[in-house]
Design a binder for this molecule. Structure first.
Ligand code: UD1
Length: 429
């Protein structure tokens, strides 16, 4: 398994282009199953997660072409016919969002057998809301032997669905099924994350009728068929926020391009409060940090436009050397502080009680060997390593490779001393 070694203390100067959003790309790839025409996705990130899903889609009958295009990497997915409508455990377990093929398979073929995603390191993460939404749309769902067996012999039909709390995945899943259902579907308390808007834009380009984009009520009028076309994946707001925090942690001046500051406004507001310079630009932002210490600020995670749970670990890393105490509350996922003990190995002072972590800033961190526990937690250790004295070695970086494209290259181009130590191959890809 690969490791990443960082020698801390270098200030960062330069430009980092942000890639297409992983969390959008994988739902758009699933949307390709809704049509027998080719869907061309541009600005595609090349990540372990997109590779996992690509394999599953090929198993389901997709022809997949990956190539370089004028807008960076692109993927063309074409599924003239669904072969089997079965998503096996060995492919779904590698990436939870693979479960989102269930809705499109039912919508297109009237039946599907998809493995339940199984456990995950950031809490229980059930899929009950996904299944309830599909049932409301007319699917008969049976669970046995770890699989969802779904049938909609007479097709899906529109329904009013009220989510009891905001779920990104369940909102997307309901959209992916409702676009081909007969009649009107209304989704209340829908998630408003930019990736939902991106999915709505792509589906609309394919011929779907969706109103209410960007709001918590989505009205979808089903159509009988969708076509193909070209769609450019939106910028990755989590990657954007991660590099903004990295620049703030290391100090210096970094320009983030090919993105939008509005995607991470709640993070940027807190960074400004802590003493970081933030200048929005037409295609991103400039992050500046001088020599002095930052001030501790409190944060709690929330659905968009609130502070993203996927940026919580990175922000905790930033707070480890701020002046004072920062209270960090995680409200979206249970068990999402696994980075805290690893940050403590670098000298951070953090106490965790339930969904709340208290971080008391220290003068400096010291490099050590640490272990990546999940995707966003792993990058928080890299961020901490950028400011730690000496060498930090992050083990199990396959977590990181699931969601960050060319991380060493992007940070290295700004002067960071980050290198990958190649290890034996792991089954995680
Ligand atoms: C997506 C993102 C993930 C991000 C999260 C919240 C992808 C691939 N992943 O995950 O990076 O951290 O949004 O912004 O896009 N829940 C249920 N039942 C369900 C579904 C969810 O109880 O059927 C709970 C979850 O356990 C969690 C909360 O709802 O506590 C929110 O989860 P959700 O928004 O669904 O996250 P994901 O779509 O899994």
């Amino acid at each position: 398994m690969d490791k990443i070694a960082i020698i801390g203390g270098e200030r960062l100067f330069g430009e980092i282009p942000i890639s297409g959003a992983k969390n959008s790309a994988i739902k758009l790839m699933a949307a390709s199953l809704l049509t027998d025409q080719p869907l061309r996705l541009t600005n595609m990130p090349r990540l372990a997660d997109t590779r996992f899903l690509g394999r599953l889609l090929q198993r389901l009958g997709a022809e997949l072409i990956e190539r370089d295009g004028p807008d960076g990497s692109e993927t063309v997915l074409h599924t003239p016919e669904i072969l089997g409508a079965i998503a096996p455990y060995d492919l779904v377990r590698q990436m939870r969002a693979s479960f989102n093929v269930l809705g499109p398979l039912i919508a297109r073929t009237g039946h599907a057998k998809v493995s339940l995603p199984g456990g995950c390191t950031i809490g229980a993460r059930p899929v009950d809301l996904h299944l309830k939404a599909l049932e409301a749309l007319g699917a008969q769902i049976d669970l046995h032997e770890g699989y969802v067996f779904a049938q909609a012999p007479r097709g899906l039909r529109g329904a009013e669905i009220t989510f009891p709390f905001v779920s990104v995945g369940a909102t997307e899943h309901a959209m992916l099924a409702a676009v081909l259902a007969e009649g009107v579907t209304v989704l209340y308390n829908a998630a408003c994350e930019p990736e939902i808007g991106d999915l709505a834009d792509c589906l609309t380009m394919m011929g779907a009728k969706i109103e209410g984009k960007g709001t918590s009520t989505l009205v979808i009028t089903g159509v009988t068929r969708l076509g193909g076309g070209t769609h450019s994946v939106i910028a990755d707001r989590i990657e954007t926020g991660t590099y903004a925090v990295a620049a703030a942690m290391a100090g210096g001046e970094v320009r983030l391009t090919k993105t939008q500051s509005g995607f991470i406004q709640s993070l940027l507001d807190l960074m400004v409060k802590a003493g970081v310079g933030v200048e929005p630009t037409p295609d991103g932002m400039i992050i500046r940090r001088g020599e002095g210490r930052l001030e501790a600020v409190d944060v709690h995670t929330d659905p968009f436009p609130g502070f993203a749970t996927d940026l919580q670990a990175q922000f905790m890393a930033l707070m480890t050397t701020a002046r004072g105490e920062s209270v960090i509350r995680e409200t979206i996922f249970e068990n999402r502080f696994m980075h805290a003990p690893e940050l403590a190995r670098l000298g951070a002072e953090i106490s965790v009680h339930g969904g709340e972590a208290r971080v008391t800033g220290v003068d400096r961190l010291n490099g050590a060997e640490v272990m990546a526990t999940d995707l966003r937690a792993s990058v928080s250790l890299v961020i901490a390593g950028l400011a730690a004295k000496g060498e930090t070695v992050v083990n199990r970086v396959y977590h990181l490779d699931r969601g960050f494209e060319r991380l060493e290259e992007k940070l290295g181009a700004c002067g960071a001393q980050v290198r990958r130590i190649k290890g034996a191959a792991s089954d995680e890809g």
